[in-house]
Write a protein of this length. Structure first.
Length: 282
């Protein structure tokens, strides 16, 4: 990756974060913390990895993306809006009556959404089904999914991981947004996940661990996924991230899991993110 390419991704990511804050603030509710932690992963996928076309969002040959941690929809919506699937100004109508940008992704009403998600564990499960369908139909599309820490405590997740390995779904790549926090506090205090890498590997997945805010490492993980093709093993990426990344007072603070900023905090976040965007544009 060149320096210019990295800077383009950083700028897109900063703009995503700005729209996440704008959307949640205008909605007066939502989930900024986890949306901000997975921003860089979604940014890279929608700019450099996914075979998708805003002009033809339902193309049957497209890659599929499933946000299994569906409550972090603002991150996905901001990427889709900035990529041209719809007018990004619609973020100001997040969660409002009549808006096609609701609190969780809805395939029926939002361009670019491949799966309606929100019930934790179901997104990765349907991703397995999509990847299996691709294999059965001899299609070349890949399936990507992002899970959350707290979501990994769901039994359905582990059933999905076991199924993906059993059916040799090497066209499936799952990311864990591993920020270490959930709504009730630290994951290790609520229900420790233990050695995630050892567990996913024991369940039959090839697994790598990366810094989920480092675009070079994200690129390296996806290169490894490309090389994984033909292995007969699904691919798992443990992305170490920070909840609330990009906004100083939200970073690593679980209280921002599902809380919208009031005007004073909103203005601080806007000032920080606008300064970052201006720096990158300059």
């Amino acid at each position: 990756m060149t320096a210019d390419e990295r800077k383009e991704l950083e700028l897109f990511s900063a703009r995503m974060r700005r729209w996440i804050i704008e959307g949640v603030y205008n909605a007066k509710c939502g989930h900024p913390g986890g949306s901000l932690s997975c921003t860089d992963l979604i940014c890279y996928l929608y700019n450099r990895e996914l075979n998708v076309d805003p002009a033809d969002p339902d193309n049957p040959e497209r890659d599929r993306f499933v946000l299994s941690k569906g409550h972090c929809a603002p991150a996905l919506y901001s990427a889709l809006g900035l990529r041209g699937f719809f007018d990004v100004e619609e973020m100001k109508n997040l969660r409002k009556i009549g808006s096609f940008l609701q609190g969780h992704p809805c395939k029926a009403i939002t361009p670019g959404i491949d799966m309606s998600t929100g019930s934790l564990g179901q997104g990765i499960s349907t991703s397995v089904g999509m990847a299996m369908a691709g294999k059965l139909d001899n299609k070349d599309y890949r399936v990507f999914s992002i899970l959350g820490d707290g979501e990994m405590q769901e039994g359905e997740v582990w059933e999905a991981l076991m199924s993906a390995a059993h059916y040799k779904l090497d066209n499936l790549c799952a990311f864990l947004d591993n920020n270490g926090l959930q709504i009730d506090g630290k994951v290790d205090d609520v229900m420790s996940l233990g050695d995630i890498k050892a567990k996913t590997e024991a369940f039959g997945w090839n697994t790598v661990v990366i810094d989920g805010h480092n675009f070079d490492e994200i690129e390296g993980a996806l290169k490894a996924f490309h090389e994984n093709k033909g292995s007969g093993k699904p691919f798992f990426v443990i992305a170490k991230t920070h909840k609330g990344r990009g906004v100083s007072y939200m970073t690593d603070d679980p209280s921002w899991h599902g809380c919208a900023p009031k005007e004073d905090k909103y203005l601080i976040a806007v000032e920080e993110l606008d300064a970052k965007i201006k720096e990158l544009e300059g």
